[in-house]
Design a binder for this molecule. Sequence first.
Ligand code: ARG
Length: 563
Amino acid sequence: MDFKQQVANTLASVLGETLELAQIEKLIETPKTSDLGDYAFPTFILAKSLHKAPQQIAQDLVAEIDATDFEKVVATGPYINFFLDKAAFSDQILKTVLTEMSNYGQSDLGQGGNVPIDMSSPNIAKPISMGHLRSTVIGNSIAKILTKVGYQPIKINHLGDWGTQFGKLIVAYKKWGSEEAVREDPITNLLKYYVKFHQEDVEHPELDDEARAWFRKLEGGDEEATELWSWFRSESLKEFQKIYDMLDVKFDSYNGEAFYNDKMDTVVNAIESKGLLQESRGAEIVDLTAYNLNPALIRKSDGATLYMTRDLAAAMYRHDTYHFVQSLYVVGGEQREHFSQLKAVLKEMGNDWSDDIHHIPFGLITQGGKKLSTRSGRVILLEEVLNDAVKLAGQQIESKNPDLPNKAEVAKQVGIGAVIFHDLKNDRLDNFDFNLEEVVRFEGETGPYVQYTNARAQSILRKANQEVVADDQLVVADSNAWDVLKMLNNFPNVIVRASKEYEPSVIAKYALRLAKVFNKYYANSKILADDDQRNARLALVKSVSTVLETALDLLGVQAPKEM
Ligand code: ARG
């Protein structure tokens, strides 16, 4: 039940024509402290039309208002303060959660509209970076949030599997590589060849000509080139897959840059036929001065296409294939200009749907305040980070709960959940520091803290050993419970906000707050006492657990029942 709506309706019934319902809703505030009630309505706006002082208006309206559905309605200076009927509120919200369970918070805002989400998108033959990790977990969470509000996300891994670097890689592999080494450890060795290529080509510029020739062959479908490329790709994907499995992230499509190779001419022709293609120092560009942007590079002087060309083809393909209502790109903030250019070129071509394309940027992960460096070879390997987190979680479990069954499985859920949660609890755009010890702590603002709170709720329910029934009056009346109930009631709004802002941190912060108010309730009440509110209190515990589990699921974090 929407209690704010109830307040708005009550006000509308006494305000008549003076103010419209929608306007009333907008004006309603949530007071800072609970002694001012649950909702407040400022009367200043009415002073002019009613020719009265706001204080007087508040008093007069309170006298008129039918307060039977509220605990009380009072005038405080120029404000009208509404105190909700706590018993009715408690009963309603707990019944709602217990009947809807994991569906609680679901809505049909998106009406089934398709939303392709370009996410993760690492580059073949290179290590998956912390930036790709961010894109993966943010994209995955946005997909879950959008599903919850009724959209149909399509998770696309736009692999970096095309471009002149593959010409270089083929040359390097043929000169210095071995099949065994690539099979053994594809990413490390392919990266090594690539780095060696760049060391050698300083003195042997002819290597670059060879590389260009090989990429041209690849673009033309040459058998040997295609075979090598496809092998590098599948070996790299096997490595990436390990990480996706650990994170439990699945994709609907792995159409990477190469997928658009045969769709490039159509795009370039379309740009040309609109008269947008210009020569600039041998290359072909689209001028974007009108947008205050640098020109978009469409084709190099040797005819090779570029990152931008492939993104243009991908955008058009997604539009034609999915008829999207929004098209999202979860890619680091350093590619801001690229996506502005992409949208501008599409717009210039006359595609109004370019307005539905949204770049979802995010900040950097730092260590000790410094940007993680990817200088020759010194990259943080993501697999190692995740394994370390699992190890650390395992140690904590060992010391806290040594008899826990399936310890190894829980350590995985906690360790990996901790890394994901840490990534998602910060505002997307903020840079944040990564310190493994901090991330896996069981106290403080961490994923394990939320998981632990849920496991505690589950353990109470196990101990209670009774079916929680929803046909009883579910009234939990004490002030610590009140904060919990109000937060439970807020969950659907929180999900909607997260979906509109593409901001998983809204969910993560909510989960932290709910865990905190629940722990306060837990510390101050005898949940298992044998009185006539026992079922209602257990209903509250079960509702909290349900909502915490749903919130964690929306973040892509697992919720062990015991830890
Ligand atoms: N592969 C690119 C990189 O690692 C990211 C691709 C993002 N997606 C896109 N459609 N451009 O930087």
